[in-house]
Write a protein that binds this ligand. Structure first.
Ligand code: AMP
Ligand code: ZN
Length: 115
């Protein structure tokens, strides 16, 4: 999609620190990390948010690829404990409207949030 920064990253049109890539998924370092490990995992295909993605006929195949990416990254980087976070919608903090999951490790966010 035009004018989408994460599509541009997935297409290698703008620089980013990619840590994982396969035919369906890319993972790269967040430009403003809030923890020692702060990665963004995205499908290469553009979905504006989790809800749009969850209605796609490709959701199963891409979900599997996203999980495989998380697993591979954790194994490669020796990560055993982390948050996997999606902000869906502007009212809940989403600022880039291309589906992404934050993989955050090294800071326990539950210490700052009371569930
Ligand atoms: P969210 O607020 O959940 O939509 O998260 C968007 C995230 O994208 C934020 O943590 C930003 O720091 C990050 N971000 C925005 N632009 C870039 C970029 N060009 N490269 C890497 N991360 C980015
Ligand atoms: Zn996009």
């Amino acid at each position: 999609m035009d004018n989408c920064i994460f599509c541009a990253i997935a297409e290698h049109k703008i620089p980013s620190e990619i840590v994982y890539e396969d035919n369906l998924v890319v993972a790269f370092k967040d430009v403003k990390p809030i923890a020692p490990t702060h990665l963004l995992i995205i499908p290469k295909e553009h979905f504006k948010d989790f809800l749009e993605f969850s209605q796609s006929p490709k959701r199963a195949e891409i979900s599997e690829a996203l999980m495989h990416a998380v697993n591979t990254i954790c194994e490669e980087q020796g990560i055993e404990s982390f948050h996997l976070l999606n902000n869906c919608g502007e009212a809940h903090g989403q600022s880039v409207f291309h589906l992404h999951f934050h993989l955050i490790s090294g800071v326990d966010l539950t210490k700052h949030i009371k569930f």
